[in-house]
Design a protein around this ligand. Structure first.
Ligand SMILES: NC(=O)c1ccc[n+]([C@@H]2O[C@H](COP(=O)([O-])OP(=O)(O)OC[C@H]3O[C@@H](n4cnc5c(N)ncnc54)[C@H](OP(=O)(O)O)[C@@H]3O)[C@@H](O)[C@H]2O)c1
Length: 231
């Protein structure tokens, strides 16, 4: 059974990643901040206890990140999806950018993904054709920013893409592929009810792209149609 670890798996895109990969026969380590109150995730795990395992993980808690490799032991990991993300309203509007919220956006969206990846390298190296996926955003694209605003989130996703590029270079000799992907505009708590795609549509398309990615693609910032997003 190939194994996947997802962060921010209690709702939205993360939860749907768990649902679809488990249905496809993967062993899924579903991480979230509060597993005890993650009802949808608990329901998935109860339905498929051999495939879905819940683990506590806040990507800003060094102790929880350090505990991950101990919890996994020598289990191989084929896919890591750094999905946890934060788009703080308090760091969005010029004139009222809250410093702590801006820093938290960087910490969750970029540093968290780096530290989780760093911690799981031994497990990824045991996997077959390991792949690390950063759930980024077109809002992190510098070239496409023509609307402004969203300071914390845009900076967080741009920083995530920078982290992704360095990881892609550093991990290439170890055969680990690293990419960023924009999941589209998706109806979740973050994307809102008017977004274009359902979580099912986004994750179905994403799985199709991820299934075709190889080491030759490492370092790319992809869209759901498999083409590259401008930086
Ligand atoms: N929806 C869209 O249109 C869209 C577009 C582009 C990119 N994205 C990206 O897609 C990813 C998933 O977002 P979504 O749309 O599914 O939004 P969502 O429903 O708001 O989910 C965000 C997830 O991130 C988790 N999270 C936040 N801070 C965390 C932390 N410190 N540690 C661990 N988990 C944390 C949340 O957990 P809690 O429930 O504990 O807060 C939640 O599970 C994000 O990276 C987002 O930036 C979404």
């Amino acid at each position: 059974m190939p194994a996947l670890l997802v962060t921010g798996a209690n709702r939205g895109i993360g939860l749907e990643l768990v649902r679809q990969y488990a249905a496809e026969g993967w062993s899924v380590l579903a991480t979230c901040r509060h597993p005890d109150s993650a009802q949808d995730l608990q329901d998935l795990a109860a339905k498929d206890p051999d495939r879905v395992e819940l683990l506590p993980l806040s990507v800003t808690e060094p102790g929880e990140i350090e505990a991950l490799p101990r919890r996994l032991g020598d289990r191989p990991l084929h896919l890591l999806v750094n999905n946890a993300g934060l788009r703080p309203r308090e760091a969005s509007v010029l004139g009222s950018v809250d410093t702590a919220s801006f820093m938290e956006a960087i910490q969750v969206n970029a540093l968290g993904a780096l530290k989780v990846t760093e911690a799981l390298l031994p497990n990824l190296q045991r996997g077959e054709k390991p792949l690390v996926v950063m759930i980024s955003s077109s809002l992190g694209s510098l070239a496409r920013n023509e609307e402004g605003g969203d300071y914390g989130y845009r900076a967080g996703k741009a920083a995530l893409n920078a982290v992704m590029r360095s990881l892609a270079v550093d991990l290439n000799p170890r055969g680990i592929t690293v990419i960023s992907i924009h999941p589209g505009w998706v109806r979740t708590r973050m994307g809102g009810s008017h977004a274009r795609l359902s979580v099912e549509e986004s994750v179905t398309a994403m799985r199709s792209v991820l299934g075709r990615v190889s080491l030759a693609d490492t370092g790319k910032f992809l869209r759901l149609d498999g083409r590259e997003e401008p930086w």
